[in-house]
Structures are given as structure tokens and as C-alpha cells.
Design a protein around this ligand. Structure first.
Ligand code: AMP
Length: 215
């Protein structure tokens, strides 16, 4: 499948993507994960991106398009992909349309996962992430704690609160989403690709996507 997952930070895009990739071998491409990997590895990209990320601001479109142009041409995308956290602005969406045309790729659907702001706020404040950038497993201290407190079930590394998941940064990220990313729903609606799915459980969202795609 070739999907874009839209939705505010904390809407469950990553969780939904992980389940869907296991169905048909498509890959999850999360620009947030790629950027956090670059920050931790101390690459030039990471150095450029870190300040924006810590403040909860978007990284400049040009940096993101550079990442995506090469990522979408890697071999593992041949079975399909789920774009998680990209595109985030109208210019990124326009650049992506040109890129997909150039690569002769057609999207199946753009899923807009709609979750109330108070649910998202609570989820993000209690979310914890494995600090190992090769893992980046997600936990929630209320609803999905790790088996051993503070330790990742999968790789044993420490689980931490991301710098951009303090209350202040979360509020700012949600405002940025409303201002810059929410307009993408209209952009893809006009292209006849958008499907809005309202749901606070990732199982329900996955089931609705499968029903839409007939898989
Ligand atoms: P995420 O894990 O998707 O919430 O992304 C974490 C942070 O990475 C965001 O708050 C942005 O600073 C940056 N980021 C991720 N994806 C993008 C994107 N497509 N455009 C701009 N910035 C991004």
C-alpha cells in the first residue's frame, strides 16, 4: 500500500503504521524518526534540525525534501510505504506530488486520523520513547508501560521523555499542526485522495483503513 498518514502529533500515526507494515511488507517512513536518528548520530542534518525540533517548530521544507527524495527511491519502498509525519506543509505536499509523478508512483489514499485535542495532549504528556535510535519503541506510562520501569521491552535501553514532549513544547507542536499541517486535509480532499477516520483506538483506525482498501 502507498499511504500518507495525516494527523496531529500523538494521533497514533506511528502505531497504525507499524501494524499496517506487517500486512503487506510496505515500509513506515517517519521523518521524525529519521531526524531524531540524525540528531543522535551528530550528522550535519541532525545539527541543523535539532534546534527546530527541541522548540517544537518544523524543520525547513528544503531539508525534509532532501531526505524524502532519496528515501523514496530506496529498494525497500518497492512494496509500498506509509508516510508518517510527512508532508507537514502545503509546499512539502506540492513538492511530494511532483516527486511522485517523477518516480511514477501513485498514492492509494491519504488517511486523516482525527483525534480530539485533549486526548492527544494527555497521550503526549505520558508518552515515553526508547532512546536507542535504532529502536525508538513507544510506551505510555499510563496505558502501555514497559514491563520493567524505565527500560525498553525490546532492546533494554532507557526509555525517556522526548525534549519536545514537555507540556509547553506539546502545546506549541499542536498549534503548529493546526496552522501548517491541518490545511493538507483540504489539499488532498481536492485531489480525491483523503479519507478522514475518527477514532481514539489504533485498532479501530487500522480496521477502518483495511476496510477502505479492501485488504
Ligand atoms: P514527529 O516525531 O513526527 O512528531 O516529528 C518530530 C519533530 O521533527 C517535529 O516536531 C519537527 O520538528 C520535525 N519534523 C518531522 N517531520 C517533519 C516534516 N515533515 N517537516 C518539518 N519538520 C518535521
Amino acid at each position: 500500500m502507498k499511504l500518507i498518514l495525516l494527523g496531529a502529533p500523538g494521533a497514533g500515526k506511528g502505531t497504525v503504521a507499524k501494524v499496517l507494515t506487517s500486512i503487506d511488507g510496505s515500509v513506515q517512513i517517519s521523518t521524525g524518526d529519521i531526524l531524531r536518528g540524525a540528531v543522535q548520530a551528530g550528522t550535519e542534518l541532525g545539527k541543523e534540525a535539532q534546534g527546530y525540533m527541541d522548540r517544537g517548530d518544523l524543520v525547513p521544507d528544503s531539508l525534509i525534501m532532501g531526505i524524502m527524495e532519496s528515501r523514496l527511491q530506496e529498494d525497500d519502498c518497492a512494496n509500498g510505504f506509509l508516510l508518517d509525519g510527512f508532508p507537514r506543509t502545503i509546499p512539502q505536499a506540492e513538492a511530494l506530488s511532483l516527486l511522485l509523478d517523477k518516480l511514477n508512483i501513485k498514492l492509494d489514499m491519504v488517511v486523516d486520523i482525527d483525534v480530539p485535542r485533549d486526548v492527544i495532549f494527555d497521550r503526549l504528556c505520558t508518552r515515553r520513547t526508547c532512546e536507542n535510535t535504532d529502536c525508538q519503541a513507544i510506551y505510555n506510562i499510563k496505558s502501555m508501560p514497559p514491563k520493567v520501569e524505565g527500560k525498553c521491552d525490546k532492546c533494554g535501553s532507557a526509555i525517556v521523555q522526548r525534549a519536545d514532549e514537555t507540556e509547553e513544547a506539546i502545546g506549541h507542536r499542536l498549534d503548529t499542526y493546526n496552522e501548517k499541517t491541518a490545511p493538507l486535509a483540504g489539499f488532498y480532499d481536492k485531489l480525491g485522495l483523503k479519507k478522514t477516520i475518527t477514532g481514539t483506538s489504533s485498532e479501530a483506525v487500522v480496521a477502518a483503513i483495511r476496510a477502505e482498501l479492501g485488504i
